[in-house]
Ligand binder design. Sequence first.
Ligand code: SAH
Length: 364
Amino acid sequence: MNTKPIDLRELSKEEVSALVAELGEKPYRAKQVWEWLWKKHASAIGDMSDLPKSFRAALAERSVLRPLTVAEEQNSTDGTVKCAFRTWDGHVVEGVLIPTQSRITACVSCQVGCSLNCAFCATGQLRRIRNLTAGEIVDQVVNIARMAEERLQRPLTNIVYMGMGEPLLNYANVMGSIAHICAPDGMDMSPRRITVSTAGIAKMIRKLGDDGAKFNLALSLHAPTDAKRGTMMPINDSNNIEELIGALQHYTRLTGKPVTFEYILFRDLNDSLEDARDLARICARLHAKVNLIEYNPTGDGRFQRTPAERADAFRSFLEGKGITARIRRSRGRDIDAACGQLANKNEPALAAGERLLKPAGQKP
Ligand code: SAH
């Protein structure tokens, strides 16, 4: 009898209006429903208290709301809080509240698991199960913002799409979530406070340019040559550095925005001054900045963190070439909430033989 229920938050404004009309309600009710969804973040249709009971009942018969629920919370000694969120269909994704003196940042996931298998990343050991919806991404932001208000009495200032998953492989929902976060009748935040981090999908970076994206873009480069990058990031086989540079130039030309490269320093792998020189050459072509990231160990011991003096020398070399470079210290490491450490233990991991890694130096 009943067909698949409509997830209310998967509807466009026009579709909400059409549904409201179909249920025989006045047009202004559509605006009310919309605000309950995207401004007041109702977790159930029954909570939409200024709608007539009969309308709520009719709405609930036709449609559902599927908010994330908080499954678990872990507090780091540095103030970072990691939240495990459960989806309506039983998966778990993680989001992180990162307070510093000047900012309150929410780090959010965009997929359950990840398909990219980056060798150094804990999420890369999982399978990709499914994309999160725009609503599920917004839920993480809303929950983390509420947590910041309640516990720290401070508003959320920044959002980074640096949790589990690859944002540009869930393009529509990531863009949808950002639209809701920035909409005046949504969370009304500035896109300048949002950063999307990608492992580098050239075609979609071009699309960001074509679509006039207003948020910040960061690209996980991690190595300045294909030979090195290919051993850590299988995605480099189909999206090599030169293709990424071309796509980023297109993006920068159309948006007027520079990009930031993320570069994890791995001891004896990508941390020599020769690597810094190669990286500087790439940055110069794009006027890009660099965030040097401390490696957070994720398990098998294949990678090690670069000693601090070496990291400083790397940074100084870049600065000497006129490139802005900062060393980003990781937060929440004690609770596995730092970059690359998000991995829900309940989701199936790839078996060892399934790892898509190639031995060092092997061509695709
Ligand atoms: N898929 C996206 C966003 C998620 S990761 C991307 O690849 O950019 C966010 C950042 O953390 C990326 O730069 C990623 O490469 C980095 N990261 C992954 N594993 C890490 C680790 N073990 N230590 C430090 N940073 C890591």
